[in-house]
Design a binder for this molecule. Sequence first.
Ligand code: HEC
Length: 225
Amino acid sequence: MKKVALTAMTLLFLSGMAQSQQKKAQPQKKEAPVTQEEVIKVLTSGLSTDPRFVWKVQQDEAQRICSQYTSREAMPAQAVQKVIQLSQSGIRYPQWGIFWGDWREGKKIVDNPRGGRFASYGFSDSPTDRGGNCYACHLIEKGAPGGTMGPNLYQYGKKWNITKENMNSPEALERVRAVYNIIYNAWSAFPCSSMPRFGHNGAFSPEDVMNIVTFLLHPDSPVNK
Ligand code: HEC
């Protein structure tokens, strides 16, 4: 008898649980959909009002276009073209144009994981401490562990057919410029990519980008060994 009562109680308890869960799953009264403005308001309310940060939560035109689609594949050709055009038009080059920089300097930025921090805002120990955190998403040097969200960049110079013999030809320098554009603003080649728009966001100077490109492409760089 005792056993039966217990079982009955357990059943009651369980059915009560099921009921309360059911209740929770039922939709409450209908609420108006959250607007873009409301989202931005919540986002910005928790952040600094320092103008150096405020722009980070304001969408630019390219981001507005990307946000309308679930993927690049879902974008109409016109939208893709618009993002590419907006991204290309903002690219700035070093004042002396495309040149071979210093791959060792480029490597320092590529290896540094402290990406996206603004020097002199109190987050950074040193004003020269700027990082691409490239290994979070890429495999780069031989044997070095890295992410797989982006393509493997080991031997990237060979992919672009940069050799000791041709590296200063106008054709090779045009290919260097193409890679410069990818690092400065990845959306100029891969619209709405998850790769950060480093130059566009002011994280790297044109000279930084040139050094990174040199690290990726130069025949002497460990990337191409
Ligand atoms: C958050 C992830 C992420 C980070 C960080 C990142 N990338 Fe990428 N990268 C990608 C993705 C994803 C792609 C592929 C582009 C696409 O299809 O969207 C890519 C593409 C590239 C390409 C073009 C490869 C090709 O197919 O020719 C290069 C070069 C590159 N990244 C270099 C870098 C460098 C250098 C850094 C650091 C300064 C970096 N990436 C940081 C995600 C990232």
